[in-house]
Design a protein around this ligand. Structure first.
Ligand code: GTP
Length: 605
């Protein structure tokens, strides 16, 4: 295939707008799926099933199709992308291999927050956008109204919008034609020195690392000696080919093509996403790579039973093999023992991982409240702190903290007009700034409005999304993108039991909320912590200042008191029971806390 008959594209859409269904139709219409054997076909479906169970496409899948048009055979490379900005890094790296994108919008749902965020990434990359309205077979479809929304949101000419039903296949041939006619072919010369862009990788037990590459210039053949611009390591290509949709070996990959290569690469860590591969001995200028995945939400994970730590660490490691964007380090806490600190790309990423871990672990883990990375500016240096226990006491001037900065996101919420007021309240109660809104279409109170504002990331990592859904009766969609750091008045709040701080409970809070947060937590602790043999003060403190206090009154834990002299055996049994439960107590200072108390506190945090 010469480069002028190659088209590299991807489908971008909000979740559930029909991306997988359209991909299936395209593969069928071009004969790609039927041509594959039945067994392989099943595999394609299985892959989709795993993703469906997780409710989101996490790992990009790529497939090549051949389609005759105007007497020529075209090679169409579909590069799949995950549909959420938590995975902006994956979206962006997949789009780097494309010249165009199908922007798919559900004709019953209209433009949603993620339609906009993925559209922005595609436009930044300079891609040709083909607008497609899906699900026009449904009676609730409003193609005209949604086309108007697309014009307002994306500046798209309604004439260009292709109306389809990915389910019935109606209009899908027009999509194929548009891919060929509207998307430009890739650039790059076959005679130039080899330049291959590595945009994804996976691990195969027998062949080692399999990388997905996009050939920018030159030709890559089996047996070629190649080298990495990033690591400078050399390899020999042992196998290469295209994804059709499973691996189909070919003899070469030419400019503009997308395919897989196996070389003697043993460790996943050698395949750097965004790396440029070149012919050994013929160095080239590397293509601008990508920012490495940057963790933005952190949480500690501890086993309920401290003896299970190694087992827990093992499962975490196994899970991160399939998701290398999760950052893992060990940490320990006096209250919770040995555990791991995990870093995630965003809130959705954290939820997906937490779900997988809990499934594997029957929820026998304690996950601490999520925190974001703060920048602490000292007079002579800047430190990034993502663990509240390491956060300095900014009220103590001997610590010489100049200021604290927190990560900010630009949030977009799309909602029917009647919920606009409610959504504004929600944003303001989460420290929103620069709030703005505009109408996407003007069909009365059900017309869509887009609300944008800047929010501190920390404000959306806990219950923001749940509140957004419940306060809009499920109609609001929400997405956000990174908007840098901003100085903020943040302090560390510690909790003391019997005058001893409990490290696992430390929080970073905004000054304006310290009273409310302190009081609420102290009340909660008072409810959860069992009474002890002596009186226990429960306090919330910022620096040396006590913000809130409750007192747990003393209680004599005489379990036999209620048994009137009774049976000796019965008495013994009770004493033993008490011993049993003592074992699962965590001693914090002089206070015994059942593990479950931590679980309850953090779960409802
Ligand atoms: P994610 O992978 O979660 O991002 O979803 P997706 O965008 O891949 O959506 P998917 O293809 O899984 O479709 C979501 C739902 O919409 C499924 O239940 C599909 O059967 C349905 N669907 C997709 N296209 C059409 C269509 O044209 N008409 C109708 N009636 N239903 C459709």
């Amino acid at each position: 295939f010469e480069r002028d008959v190659i088209r590299n594209f991807s489908i971008i859409a909000h979740i559930d707008h029909g991306k997988s269904t359209l991909a299936d139709r395209l593969l069928e219409l071009t004969g790609t799926i039927e041509r594959a054997q039945k067994g392989l076909n099943q595999q394609v479906l299985d892959k989709l099933k795993v993703e469906r169970e997780r409710g989101i496409t996490v790992k990009a899948q790529t497939a090549s199709m051949v389609h005759p048009f105007d007497g020529r055979k075209y090679l169409l490379n579909l590069i799949d992308t995950p549909g959420h900005v938590d995975f902006a890094w994956e979206v962006s790296r997949s789009l780097a291999a494309c010249q165009g994108a199908l922007l798919l919008v559900d004709a019953t749902q209209g433009v949603q927050a993620q339609s906009i965020s993925v559209f922005n990434v595609a436009v930044e990359r300079g891609l040709k956008i083909i607008p497609v309205l899906n699900k026009i077979d449904l009676p609730a479809a409003q193609p005209e109204q949604i086309a108007v929304q697309m014009q307002a949101a994306f500046g798209i000419d309604p004439e260009e919008v292709i109306q389809i039903s990915a389910k019935t296949g109606k209009g899908v041939d027009a999509v194929l034609r548009a891919i060929i006619e509207r998307i430009p072919p890739p650039t790059g010369e076959a005679t130039a020195p080899l330049k291959a862009f590595l945009f994804d990788s996976s691990y195969d037990r027998y062949r080692g690392v399999i990388s997905l590459v996009n050939i920018r210039e030159g030709v890559l053949r089996k047996g070629d000696k190649i080298a990495s611009c990033y690591t400078r390591k050399k390899y020999e290509v042992t196998e290469l080919g295209i994804m059709h949709p499973e691996e189909v070996p070919t003899t070469s990959l030419r400019p503009g093509q997308v395919g897989y290569i196996a070389c003697n690469m043993k460790e996943s860590s050698e395949a750097h996403i965004g790396d440029t591969l070149h012919r050994a001995g013929v160095p080239v200028e590397p293509m601008p790579g990508f920012k490495p995945a940057k963790a933005m939400v952190y949480a500690g994970v501890y086993p309920i039973d401290s003896n299970d730590f190694l087992k827990l660490e093992e499962s975490i490691k196994r899970l991160t093999l399939t998701d290398r964007s999760v950052e893992v380090t060990r940490e320990s806490s006096t209250a919770l023992g040995q555990g791991c600190r995990l870093g995630f790309l965003g809130t959705l990423h954290m939820d997906v991982f937490r779900q997988r871990l809990e499934d594997e672990y029957d929820a026998n883990v304690i996950i601490t409240a999520p925190t974001v990375p703060y920048k602490v500016v000292y007079h002579d240096r800047v430190e990034t702190v993502s663990n509240p226990t390491e956060f300095p006491d900014v009220t103590d001037s001997t610590n010489r903290v100049v200021e604290v900065q927190e990560p900010i996101v630009k949030a977009s919420i799309i909602v029917p007009q009647e919920y606009l007021g409610e959504m504004m309240d929600l944003c303001f109660s989460h420290r929103a700034e620069d709030l703005d809104h505009r109408y996407l279409d003007s069909s009365g109170s059900s017309g869509r409005t887009i609300l944008t504002c800047n929010l501190p990331l920390t404000e959306i990592v806990t219950d923001f999304f749940d509140q957004l859904k419940s306060r809009s009766s499920g109609f609001a969609s929400f997405d956000y993108e990174d908007a840098g750091y901003q100085p903020s008045k943040l302090v560390k709040m510690t909790f003391l039991l019997n005058n001893k701080p409990v490290d696992a409970l430390a929080l970073i809070v905004h000054r304006s909320a310290e009273q409310a947060v302190g009081r609420a937590w102290v009340k909660k602790l008072h409810k959860i912590i069992p009474r002890q043999m002596f009186e226990v003060p429960i306090q919330a403190a910022v620096g040396r200042r006590i913000i809130a206090r409750e007192t747990l009154s003393a209680y004599r834990a005489d379990v036999t008191a209620g048994l009137y002299g009774g049976h000796h055996e019965r008495k013994l049994k009770h004493l033993n029971n008490q011993k049993e439960s003592k074992k699962r107590m965590k001693r914090v200072g002089t206070v015994d806390l059942p593990q479950e108390a931590f679980y309850d506190m953090l779960k409802t945090g």
